[in-house]
Design a protein around this ligand. Structure first.
Ligand code: G4P
Length: 190
């Protein structure tokens, strides 16, 4: 997606050879116009997939997921990473290990909002090692619903996530695919 790649080149900051800071438009400040275009791009790629629901994870997955949900005309659920005062019972839970942060967290959604007839699109902001996407897919499988695809805003293609998800048979659509962050420079997959 050209506009996203340009935004990454203009406003992304390479923190190390494996971390890209995009607080200017995705992880802290959000650019609503770009986010709307991101939603339209996800919708275009998945328009014939019969999607009935989108699932993402708090916090930074919410904006692109909502925009995609608006375009596709479906409800959006975000998995919680922290205990909620109101969300306590009848939960599907999955453990997610972050190789980047070396922490394990439990993510959860209510079983009220997802059904066995749902065809679900998973959306997330970053794809690194694929653990968040796998955790979300686990929640969907617990509901006996179908994972139709995984939509990613920024994929770090030099990490293991994409291959892991493809090996499991998931369709992965990433709007920007980064081949390398070496030498403080962003290079995209050609
Ligand atoms: P994985 O799910 O693909 O295995 O990813 P990983 O554990 O490596 O990532 C953990 C967190 O770090 C996730 O956000 C993910 O989006 C984020 N992340 C991974 N690589 C990068 C990167 O290069 N740049 C930025 N900006 N973020 C990265 P999170 O902790 O869930 O945060 P948030 O959604 O609350 O913002």
């Amino acid at each position: 997606m050209h506009a996203l790649e340009q935004k990454i080149l203009n406003e992304g900051i390479v923190l190390s050879n494996n971390v890209l800071k995009v607080d200017a438009f995705l992880n802290h400040q959000i650019d609503p116009v770009l986010m709307q275009q991101i939603g339209q791009e996800f919708a275009a790629r998945f328009k014939d997939a019969g999607i009935t629901k989108i699932i993402t994870i708090e916090a930074s997955g919410i904006a692109p997921a909502v925009m995609a949900g608006l375009e596709l005309g479906v409800q959006v659920i975000f998995a919680r990473k922290y205990q909620s005062l109101t969300l306590k019972d009848d939960l599907y839970r999955a453990k997610v290990y972050s190789f980047t942060k070396q922490t394990e967290s439990t993510i959860a959604i209510s079983n009220k909002h997802i059904h066995s007839t749902d065809k679900v699109l998973v959306i997330d902001d970053f794809l690194a090692n694929g653990q968040a996407a796998l955790g979300l897919a686990d929640l969907i499988h617990q509901a006996n619903a179908e994972v139709v695809g995984i939509g990613i805003v920024i994929e770090k293609s030099f990490q293991t996530g994409r291959d892991l998800l493809l090996d499991k048979g998931y369709r992965v659509e990433s709007l920007a695919r980064i081949a390398s962050l070496d030498n403080e420079k962003v290079t995209f997959v050609k």
